[in-house]
Design a binder for this molecule. Sequence first.
Ligand SMILES: NC(=O)C1=CN([C@@H]2O[C@H](COP(=O)(O)OP(=O)(O)OC[C@H]3O[C@@H](n4cnc5c(N)ncnc54)[C@H](OP(=O)(O)O)[C@@H]3O)[C@@H](O)[C@H]2O)[C@H](O)CC1
Ligand SMILES: [K+]
Length: 502
Amino acid sequence: MLKLITSAQMHEVDAHTISTEPIASVDLMERASKAFVCFFCNHFPDKNISIAVYCGTGNNGGDGLAIARLLKANQYENIDVKIARFSDHATADFDTNFTRLKEASVPFIELKAGDFPEENADVIIDALLGSGLNKPLSGAYADLVKHLNNIEKKVIAVDVPTGLLTEGVIDKDAIVLKADLVITFQRPKLNFLLPESASFMDDFVVVDIGLDENFIQNLDSNFELIEEKDVVKTVRPRKKFEHKGTFGHALLIAGQAKTMGAALLCSSAAAYAGVGLTTVCIPAPGLTALNSLIPEVMAIVREEKQMPEIEWDKFTVIGAGPGLGKDSTALMEALFANFKKSVVLDADALNMLSENSDWWQSIPENSIITPHVKEFDRLFGAHTSWWERLETAKKQAAEKKIIIVLKNQYTIITTPEGSQYFNPTGNSAMASGGMGDVLTGIITSFIAQKYAPAEAALLGVYLHGKAGDELALNNRSSVVLAAQVAAQVPVTLAKIIAQKNG
Ligand SMILES: NC(=O)C1=CN([C@@H]2O[C@H](COP(=O)(O)OP(=O)(O)OC[C@H]3O[C@@H](n4cnc5c(N)ncnc54)[C@H](OP(=O)(O)O)[C@@H]3O)[C@@H](O)[C@H]2O)[C@H](O)CC1
Ligand SMILES: [K+]
C-alpha cells in the first residue's frame, strides 16, 4: 500500500528528508526537477518544440527555473521563462535557481500584472503555484491563469496544476490552470483521485524524487493506494487435495424477467472467480437462459408473489441486488432474518435499503455494500462533493460496522476501522452496463472462499479493474463488456498468483 498524504504532510516529509538524508533543499529541488525533465524528455522527444515555462516565486517556481535550465542542457533550444513576480516574496531556492538560470543564459522576462504578452509556444510548463496554494486564486494570478486557459495550449503542470487544492472540497468555480498532464512528485495528490479534478487535468504521472519512504509510510493518514504487490500477498494459490467444498457455496439473489442479464453476469462472475458452488435465485422466466448459458450455476426459482424456499444455512455468503427490482422487500427481510454471516448488497438491494432504513440493524457486521455515487447518495443523503462522500463513508462504515465500496474511476473501499483504500485499476472502456453486477459476483465469490470481507473487497475491486485493463489496454479495445471481464478474471488471477510463486 502507498500511504496517501496531504500537502502539509508532504512539506513535513520534505523537511525530514532534508535534515536526515541529509540533502540541501536546493539539491532536493534539483532532484525533483531532474525527475520531471527525465519524464518530459521521454514523452516529448522533439527537441525543436517551443516551450514556455511559467514560474511563480515559491518553490514550485524554483522547480520551474531548474526545469528550464535542465531542458536547455538537454538540447531543447526554444525555451523561454516567464516569471510571475506578483509579490515581494521569493523563496531562497527560487533565488538560487534564478541566479543559475541567468548563468545558463536561458531567456526570461518578468510579467507585469494585467499586461501579459501573447503566448506562441507549443507547450506551457506550469510552475506558477504547487502544493503551497493556501487560498483561491485572485488578482494577477487569476488573470494570468484565465489568459493562459484561453489560448488552449498543451499545458504540463509541475507537481500540481496552479490553483488546484490537493485535498478538501474543490470549489466548482475554482480558477485553475487546466493541465493536459501533471507530472507530480512522489505521490498522487488526494484530489487527483476524485472526479472533480477531471475538469482541471486530463491525466497525471507520479515521479519518484527520493523522499524518505519509511517516514511517509509511518505518517498518520487513513488513505492508501492499493499496489499490485498487496494483492499478490493476499491471494492464496489453490492446494492439492482441495475440492469444491473448500471453496464455499455462494448464493446470489438477482434478476427479474427483464433484467436476467444481471443475474447471469453476477453468478457467472462468482463462478469464474473461483467459488466452489454457485446458486442463483432467479424468476422462473430466466431458468432456460441460465441453464443454457451457465450450466455450472444452480437455480432457486422465484415464482411471482411467492417466497422461494431457501435453505439459508447451506450458503457461505449471499450477494443480493443486481437487477432484482424493488419489489423484493419480503425476500430481503427473509434474508436478514435468516442469514447472519456477511452479505454483499448492490444495486436494487441498496435502493430498497435506502427506503427501509430499519434494515440496517439486521445487516450482519462485516457485510459489504457496493454503491455507485447515486446509490451512495440515496443511502446516506445528497452530497455536493466527493470529499464529503469520503467523510460520510468513513463515518457510516464505522457506525454500521460494514465495508463500503464506493464505485468510481478510483474505487474507494472504506473499512469499519476507518481505512480508505483507493484502487488504481480499471479504465473508461469498462464504462458499460453490467460491470457492477460482475464486481458483486467476484467479491461474493472471494468471501465464499474464506477471504476476510475487507480482503475480498480489495482483491475483487483490484482484479475486476485489472481484468478490464488487460482486455482494453492489451487489445487496444475502446469498449469492454461485462461478460468479457467475468471470463477474464481467472486469467488475471492466475497471473497474480504466478507472481507469488515466482
Ligand atoms: N516534497 C516535495 O514534493 C517537493 C516539492 N517541491 C516543490 O515545492 C512546491 C511547494 O512549494 P511552496 O513554496 O511551498 O509553495 P508554492 O510554490 O506552491 O507557493 C508559493 C507561495 O505562494 C503563496 N500562495 C499560496 N496561494 C496563493 C494564491 N492563491 N495566490 C497567490 N499566492 C499564493 C504562498 O505564500 P504566502 O506567503 O502568500 O502564504 C506560497 O507559499 C511543490 O509543489 C513542488 O513543486 C520542491 O521543489 C522539492 C520537494
Ligand atoms: K504548478
